[in-house]
Design a binder for this molecule. Structure first.
Ligand code: MN
Ligand code: MN
Ligand code: MN
Length: 279
């Protein structure tokens, strides 16, 4: 069975419109799909409206991917089955919208200082109403000929440790975890190996996350080795976390995961999807 609990639309930094993600998921016979755009549910809402008019056998779940601060770095938390009308989620969405706006202005002024004038306006035009992020700055820099491609923009100006890597505005891990859980959702640590933490530091993250009321962890995210999946399943078992899986699909590109992930062997772990899998 294919499921996918981590996907993006063009309401954040994905390439496909919400209706295209639904069509793609139906074509691939995905049983359960959560749309988890960065800091917005606009993509989910459009997808849900489209799916109501074009129904299939798939269960569609409202999700989100929040950025937050933990131990001096940025961590992503996926919320599954959230209620975006709940007061806690409304607060979270408002905080993140302001954080993205403030961060965008800061990235813009940092790039201006390097001589890239019009960076913020350019990135906003690239975002055209969707959640502003570094990929929009990258797209503008490519379009202007300041860099040859997206990865050069990140390597030189926007990636980890570079001028445009502005972290300070995200809320704390415990806050985003509580917004998700208070609204009835399941908070899940996204792509745990992407942060390149030591095993000790990853365990510290898990301890803090569970203390804040978190529910689960992605034991499988995009392309991953069997050893990595085993490591994450052990971590989930040790801390009695629910297992989640997702492609982190953004676009069709070479070496990028396609929508839909085959369920791995769970060896006694509880899948977070079991909350929605039953009729
Ligand atoms: Mn993204
Ligand atoms: Mn992420
Ligand atoms: Mn993601």
């Amino acid at each position: 069975m294919l499921i996918d609990f981590h996907t993006h639309t063009n309401a954040s930094d994905g390439a496909l419109a919400p209706c295209e993600v639904i069509d793609r998921a139906l074509a691939r016979k995905i049983a359960l799909l959560a749309i988890t755009d960065h800091d917005t549910v606009a993509g989910y809402r459009a997808a849900a409206a489209y799916y109501t008019r074009n129904p299939g056998d798939m269960r569609l779940i409202q999700g989100i991917e929040f950025s937050c601060r933990w131990s001096g770095t940025t961590v992503h938390v996926v919320g599954l089955g959230v209620d975006s009308e709940h007061a806690a989620m409304l607060e979270g969405l408002a905080v993140l919208a302001k954080a993205r706006c403030d961060r965008g202005k800061k990235i813009g002024s940092q790039l201006e200082a390097l001589g890239f004038s019009g960076a913020l306006e350019g990135a906003l035009a690239e975002a055209s109403g969707s959640q502003l992020g570094r990929p929009h700055f990258a797209a503008w820099m490519v379009a202007q000929g300041h860099v040859t491609d997206h990865s050069q923009a990140f390597d030189k100006y926007l990636g980890q440790g570079k001028t445009g890597d502005v972290k300070a505005f995200w809320p704390e891990l415990a806050e985003v975890t509580q917004w998700i859980e208070a609204s009835g959702g399941a908070a899940v640590i996204a792509h745990p190996l992407k942060y390149r933490f030591t095993r000790m530091k990853l365990r510290r993250l898990v301890v803090d996350f569970m203390a804040a009321g978190g529910s689960g962890i992605e034991v499988l995210s995009g392309y991953q080795s069997a050893d990595q999946t085993t490591q994450l399943k052990r971590l989930a078992a040790e801390f009695e976390m629910e297992a989640s899986i997702g492609s982190d699909f953004h676009r069709d590109a070479p070496y990028s995961p396609q929508l839909g992930v085959e369920l791995p062997q769970l060896e006694g772990l509880r899948g977070v999807w079991e909350r929605w899998a039953q009729a």
